[in-house]
Design a protein around this ligand. Structure first.
Ligand code: COS
Length: 382
C-alpha cells in the first residue's frame, strides 16, 4: 500500500533496508546463537547517519521525527529484532534529554548520540517495579553539589554497552510518583557497575543487564528538568517511544510473512505448492491484512506525534498494543504455515517468533497499554 512517504522518507527506508539485507540478515543467526552484541552493525548504522534521525539539526542530527525513526526501526526489525532493539532503546534512552534536558545537557550529549559515538540506555525498571513503575526504590540524595545514587535497575537494554544512562530515582521517598527525578549517569562513574548479562529467549543480539548504583556520585547538573518530575519524564518518554515498539512489531511481522510466502510457494504437498491450498491462503490473507492495519496505525500515530500534539498517551499505547500483538500473531502463524521447517533453526521464523514475544512485554506490557487506553477513555467520558 502507498503510505505517501516523502522522497526523503523513502530514502531513509531504502537505506535502512539495504543495511538490513546486506549487513544484518547474513549474520543474524550467528548473533542470536552467540548472544553477540552487534557492534560492527551499530558502527555502520552510525556511518549511515541513522543515529541522527531524531536529533534536531542544531545538535548535530538530521532533525527528523517519529515517522522517520519508525520507518528505520521497521526495516531493521524485518531483519533482526535484536539489532533493532539496540537501536530503538538508544532512542528511548535519549528522549529524557531530548524532551526535558537543559540546553547545556543537550549540547553536551546530543551531538555524540547523533553521531552514534555514544549509545544510550534508559533505566526505570527494578526488581519490584515493572508494571508498577512508581514502585521504584533507587534513591538519589543531594549532598553538596552532587547527587548520590543507590539502588539497582533491572533488565536494562543496552546495559554495559551504552556510554550514557538516563535514570529514574527517588529524591523524596515520601511523595510516591511525585518524588521521582530523572538523571544522566555516565558509564565509568565511580559506584556505577553492571550485573551479569541476562540470557534471554529472544532478541539475543541485544544486551540486557542490571545497573548497580552504590554511593554513585554525579554532579547536580545531571538532574534532568526539576526534582519531582521524574515520573512525568519517564511517562512522556514512553509516550514518544512506544510507537517505535509498534514499528518493531510491523517489521518482524513483515519479515516473517515474506518467509512464509516464499516457503509456501516452494513446498509441495499432495502434488501442489501449499500456497494453492485455501487453508494456507486464508492464513496468509489474515497475516497480510494484520500487517497493513498495524503499519497504517503506527505511521498515523507517528505523524500525530510529529504534528506536535501535546497528549499522545492513548494513541502511542494503541500503536504499541495493536502492532506488537500483530507481530506475535504473524510470526506464530509464519511458523505454522511452514510447519516442521518453521520450527527448525535452519529457517529464520523460529527466531522471529521468539524475538517477537518481548514486544508484548517491554516498554509496558500489553495489559498495561490496555489500562492506559482505558484510563484515557474513562477520563474523557467521565
Ligand atoms: N504523561 C504525563 N503524565 C503522566 C502520564 C503520561 N503519559 N502518565 C501518568 N502521568 C502522571 C499522572 O498524571 C500522575 O500525576 P499526578 O500525581 O500529578 O496526578 C502521575 O503521573 C502518576 O500517574 P498514575 O497515578 O496513573 O500512575 P500509576 O502508578 O497508576 O501508573 C501506569 C500507571 C500505567 C501509568 C504506569 O505504571 C506504567 O506506564 N507502567 C508501565 C511502565 C513501563 O512502561 N515500564 C517499562 C519500563 S521501560 S522498558
Amino acid at each position: 500500500m502507498d503510505y505517501f512517504l516523502t522522497e526523503e522518507q523513502a530514502m531513509i527506508r531504502d537505506l535502512a533496508r539495504q543495511i538490513a539485507e546486506e549487513k544484518i540478515v547474513p549474520v543474524r543467526r550467528e548473533l542470536d546463537e552467540k548472544e553477540e552484541f552487534p557492534r560492527e552493525i551499530m558502527k555502520m548504522m552510525a556511518q549511515a547517519d541513522l543515529f541522527g534521525l531524531f536529533i534536531p539539526e542544531e545538535y548535530g542530527g538530521l532533525g527528523k521525527g517519529s515517522l522517520e525513526l519508525c520507518i528505520a526501526v521497521e526495516e531493521l526489525s524485518r531483519a533482526c529484532l535484536g539489532v533493532s532493539t539496540t537501536y530503538a532503546a538508544n532512542a528511548l534512552g535519549s528522549y529524557p534529554i531530548l524532551l526535558f534536558g537543559s540546553d547545556e545537557q543537550k549540547k553536551k550529549y546530543l551531538p555524540d548520540i547523533a553521531s552514534g559515538k555514544r549509545l544510550v540506555a534508559f533505566g526505570l525498571t527494578e526488581a519490584n517495579a515493572g508494571s508498577d513503575a512508581a514502585g521504584i526504590q533507587t534513591t538519589a540524595k543531594l549532598t553538596g553539589n552532587e547527587y548520590v545514587l543507590n539502588g539497582t535497575k533491572q533488565w536494562i537494554t543496552n546495559g554495559g554497552e551504552a556510554e550514557v544512562y538516563t535514570i529514574i530515582a527517588l529524591t523524596d521517598k515520601t511523595k510516591g510518583p511525585r518524588g521521582a527525578s530523572a538523571f544522566i549517569v555516565e558509564k565509568g562513574t565511580k559506584g556505577f557497575t553492571f550485573g551479569k548479562k541476562e540470557e534471554k529467549m529472544g532478541i539475543r543480539a541485544s544486551s540486557t543487564t542490571e545497573l548497580i548504583f552504590e554511593n554513585c556520585r554525579i554532579p547536580k547538573e545531571n538532574l534532568i528538568a526539576k526534582e519531582g518530575m521524574g515520573f512525568v519524564v519517564a511517562m512522556k518518554t514512553l509516550d514518544n517511544s512506544r510507537g517505535g515498539v509498534g514499528a518493531q512489531g510491523v517489521g518482524v511481522a513483515q519479515g516473517a510473512f515474506e518467509e512464509a510466502v516464499k516457503f509456501a510457494k516452494q513446498r509441495v504437498q499432495f502434488g501442489h505448492p501449499v500456497i494453492s491450498f485455501q487453508a494456507v491462503q486464508h492464513m496468509l490473507a489474515d497475516m497480510a491484512t494484520d500487517i497493513e492495519a498495524a503499519r497504517a496505525l503506527v505511521y498515523a500515530v507517528a505523524r500525530f506525534i510529529d504534528s506536535g500534539a501535546k497528549d499522545v498517551t492513548k494513541e502511542s499505547a494503541m500503536a504499541k498494543v495493536f502492532a506488537t500483538d500483530v507481530g506475535m500473531r504473524v510470526t506464530t502463524n509464519a511458523v505454522q504455515v511452514m510447519g516442521g521447517s518453521g520450527y527448525m533453526r535452519e529457517y529464520p521464523v523460529e527466531k522471529m517468533m521468539r524475538d517477537a514475544k518481548i514486544l508484548q512485554i517491554y516498554e509496558g506490557t500489553n495489559q498495561i497499554q490496555r489500562n492506559v487506553i482505558g484510563q484515557a477513555i474513562t477520563k474523557k467520558h467521565k
